[in-house]
Design a protein around this ligand. Structure first.
Ligand SMILES: Cc1cc2nc3c(=O)[nH]c(=O)nc-3n(C[C@H](O)[C@H](O)[C@H](O)COP(=O)(O)OP(=O)(O)OC[C@H]3O[C@@H](n4cnc5c(N)ncnc54)[C@H](O)[C@@H]3O)c2cc1C
Length: 373
């Protein structure tokens, strides 16, 4: 059987692509290396601009996730005391990846996608490879099987066997680690609180309301240089306000971590393959847009591929259309995030006066937050 579309990786980007293409009538195969549900290093902040899309992708009861999610209407930045606060309008949602990724996976299956877990793709061949490949299809190879598809989407995330050689070459120099864990906290503000310290930052936000007198379930997620901290306990000691706040937290899970975290220019198309989510580029997590960009790029890729899958256009044309639209609609967010990253890496003497100014000019702060949307 030749699938219309093969999607490799079933995070938010892969599921969004697969669901959207299946709803357009395509025969879609979705291959995932892991199993759901699973923990994932992530701040779990889902920005407002993709909540409508997320709701439309989720099927039936899976939507309950959205209605039960705490809303995050404010951000507080603890960089150089005192804190700077800004409204987030419209509010974002806070959804644990354990639940979100499983809900999207189930929705893909219910939308008619043929989905296989525990099925890591090990290699692939492009449309012009020599026989036994057909000249106009992709072949993907897993440990036990191989599959053919007319189009291929790479949704394998930030780091996989499909990561480009240029990005791989930078891995040994990469010093960033992502670490996350959930805790119970007595009373939690409905804000995403970002604690910046030399060599990293940690975000804290509620992920679920108290149940049976448990306290709020909160997520603490850090991006930190390996020479500054390698575990969450060290991170929680790295900022005075965070140290004080976390003193009474009760751990709920073992921390999970991930590396490398390499920022690079967007690469929406490679070797005829459309790349979505973190596979196209990795955006600095503190702007909280990675999930949103994953959903939006997945949906966009499926939309651009629709004429190919219904034999009305060529793959080449669809790829060019995707690349153009990706750069027009999504790339501005990446540019804004790299400006912010550079700002927070400036020495304290430069950063402090700007932070003080922002404290007294909420209109400018709001505008800056909007730039990342
Ligand atoms: C520290 C940190 C904090 C973050 N905080 C936030 C936040 O608060 N809000 C936000 O929006 N974003 C945040 N992000 C970013 C967000 O997690 C990502 O942008 C998002 O997960 C991208 O989704 P994706 O589907 O592209 O990739 P992923 O979610 O990584 O999914 C990729 C999938 O591909 C599978 N895969 C990999 N290789 C193969 C293979 N060979 N074969 C088959 N399957 C394969 C993997 O198992 C995985 O399930 C954060 C990231 C980090 C590191």
């Amino acid at each position: 059987m030749i699938y219309d579309l093969i999607v490799i990786g079933a995070g938010p980007a892969g599921c969004a692509t697969a669901i959207s293409a299946a709803r357009d009538g395509a025969r879609v195969l979705l291959l995932e290396a892991g199993r759901f549900p699973r923990q994932k290093v992530c701040g779990e902040f889902v920005s407002a601009e993709s909540l409508g899309l997320l709701e439309s992708l989720l099927v039936g009861n899976e939507r309950a996730l959205l209605f039960n999610a705490p809303r995050i209407g404010k951000t507080r930045v603890f960089a150089d005391c005192p804190e700077v606060a800004a409204e987030i309008t419209p509010s974002a949602a806070s959804i644990a990846r354990f639940d979100l990724d499983r809900a999207l996976w189930r929705s893909a299956i219910q939308s008619g996608v043929k989905a296989q877990e525990n099925c890591a793709v090990q290699s692939l061949e492009g449309p012009n490879a020599t026989p036994p490949n057909r000249p106009d299809t992709f072949r993907v190879v897993t440990r036990n099987e191989s599959f053919e598809g007319k189009a291929l989407v790479n949704a394998t995330g930030r780091w996989s066997f499909l990561t480009s050689a240029a990005t791989r070459a930078r891995a040994p120099k990469d010093r960033w680690v992502g670490i996350k864990a959930h805790f119970y906290e007595g009373d939690t503000p409905s804000s995403v609180d970002l604690y910046f310290f030399s060599g990293g930052y940690c975000g804290v936000q509620p992920v679920s309301a108290p149940k049976n007198g448990s306290g709020w379930l909160i997520n603490a997620c850090a991006m930190v240089q390996a020479n500054v901290a390698t575990d969450l306990a060290e991170v929680l000691e790295s900022h005075p306000a965070l140290r004080e706040r976390s003193a009474n937290w009760i751990p709920v899970m073992q921390p999970v971590s991930t590396s490398p975290l390499i920022f690079h220019e967007p690469e929406p198309v490679r070797d005829g393959m459309l790349q979505v989510g973190d596979a196209a580029t990795f955006v600095d997590p503190f702007i909280g847009d990675g999930i949103s960009l994953a959903l939006r790029s997945g949906n966009l890729a499926a939309h651009c591929l629709e004429p190919v899958l219904s034999n009305r256009s060529s793959l080449q044309r669809a790829a060019a259309e995707y690349e153009r639209e990706y750069r027009r609609r999504l790339a501005p967010v990446f540019r804004a995030s790299s400006h912010f990253r550079n700002f927070f890496n400036l020495p304290g003497v430069v950063r402090r006066p700007v932070m003080s100014l922002l404290r007294y000019t909420p209109a400018i702060t709001r505008q800056l937050v909007r730039m990342t949307r």
